[in-house]
Design a protein around this ligand. Structure first.
Ligand code: NAD
Ligand code: DAU
Length: 334
């Protein structure tokens, strides 16, 4: 099978490439990635000789058309992915997340190629902390940020191309991923690398916001289940029952790394900060028989901490620039 992976030099896409090399060695993988600030070919160390890497933009229609013509399946991870950046400058989010998706949809339509669209639970907006509900495939779209609204727009485009043109597409909406090779702008790697640098972790607002954590390998095993067994035109929610509030996660990072649990700062809250995400993965589990491997968050977190400790050369080049950007947006409040 010839697999075109967009965004394969980013966090989830690179882990998808590593997992696919391990579990499906016959797959011929081509990565298309623009190598923005969030992508690095160092994330493909160890597999680079076994894949084809193309540096380019998913919004480049001619390039995309050529690559899709030579593929059996397209897995579209490429995106501008960080909420805080979308608040500072929404334009790259519109260009990549919306226009880039149309470019891929037009190419898979023309060449009749199977397409899997990677999306996020953030398209559903947020839940109250005391609401027992979780998101399902039937939850109405209600995105809050420029990032999540461009992802919602891209999902709707996929649905329209399925209905109007019969494109062979599936969509997955996953909760918050953690694991190796995640950019240090994101919550968990930012705090782990802060602790390594003897800097106090930074918690937005009251720290009670809840995210539903899933290990990146579990996300990617679900993506393969959907590619292989999912029904065309369907959406599948991916989650692993991993709800934790941010304060608990910061305290767990600190204590696992040998520090005092209270050794962190509260900083300026994110504008429009979603309160809680929670996924009901019943459809994925019952229809496709998918099960996560990482069922204990503390074990997955400890393994992730060890990865950042052992791979400082991977994250060090991005750390100072990231913290300088945050320093302009956030002040320590207590
Ligand atoms: P990331 O920011 O780590 O990686 C994105 C990759 O896309 C980078 O390698 C970047 O260079 C590339 N890219 C950006 N713009 C591009 C363009 N125009 N053309 C080609 N390549 C481009 O993101 P991630 O966290 O790995 O997220 C991957 C996908 O998964 C995104 O679609 C995101 O919305 C979705 N998602 C992420 C999470 C999460 O917790 N991180 C959860 C659910 C869904
Ligand atoms: O839910 C899936 C989404 O998860 C994906 O679609 C996004 O691509 C991904 O970035 C992630 O979005 P979040 O905004 O939830 O992730 P982030 O890592 O930015 O923040 C997680 C939580 O931690 C959130 O409540 C904000 C908070 N936070 C974040 C940072 C960077 C802090 O308290 N301190 C921080 O320094």
């Amino acid at each position: 099978m010839r697999v075109l992976v967009t965004g394969g030099a980013g966090f989830i896409g690179s882990n998808f490439v590593h997992l696919t090399r391990e579990q499906r060695p016959d797959a011929q993988i081509t990565v298309l990635d623009k190598l923005t600030y969030a992508g690095t070919t160092r994330s493909l160390d160890g597999v680079a000789d076994d894949i084809t890497f193309v540096e380019g933009d998913v919004a480049d229609r001619e390039l995309v058309d050529r690559l899709v013509a030579d593929s059996d399946v397209v897995v579209h991870f490429a995106a501008e992915s960080h909420n805080d950046n979308s608040l500072a400058d929404p334009w790259p989010f519109v260009d990549t997340n919306v226009l880039g998706t149309v470019s891929l949809l037009e190419a898979v339509r023309k060449h009749d190629v199977r397409y899997h669209h990677i999306s996020t639970d953030e398209v559903y907006g947020d839940l109250e902390l005391d609401d027992p509900a979780r998101f399902t495939e039937a939850t109405p779209y209600n995105p809050s940020s420029p990032y999540s609204s461009t992802k919602g727009a891209s999902d709707l485009l996929v649905r329209a191309w399925v209905r109007s043109f019969g494109v062979k597409a599936t969509i997955s909406n996953c909760s918050n991923n953690y694991g190796p090779r995640q950019h240090v702008e994101k919550f968990i790697p930012r705090q782990i690398t802060n602790v390594i640098d003897d800097v106090r972790p930074k918690l937005y607002g009251d720290g009670l916001n809840v995210r539903d954590w899933i290990h990146v390998d579990d996300h990617n095993s679900a993506v393969w289940a959907i590619i292989e067994r999912g029904r065309i035109g369907e959406t599948y929610l991916i989650g692993a029952d991993g709800e934790e509030d941010n304060k608990t996660v910061v305290e767990a990072i600190l204590t696992t790394m040998g520090k005092d649990a209270g050794d962190y700062d509260h900083v300026t809250d994110r504008p429009g900060h979603d309160r809680r995400y929670a996924i009901d993965p019943t459809k994925l589990r019952e229809e496709l028989g998918w099960e996560p491997k990482y069922t204990t968050f503390s074990d997955g977190l400890a393994a992730t901490i060890n990865w950042y400790r052992a791979n400082e050369s991977w994250w060090r080049p991005m750390k100072d620039e990231t913290e300088a950007k945050y320093a302009k947006m956030q002040k320590v409040e207590k």
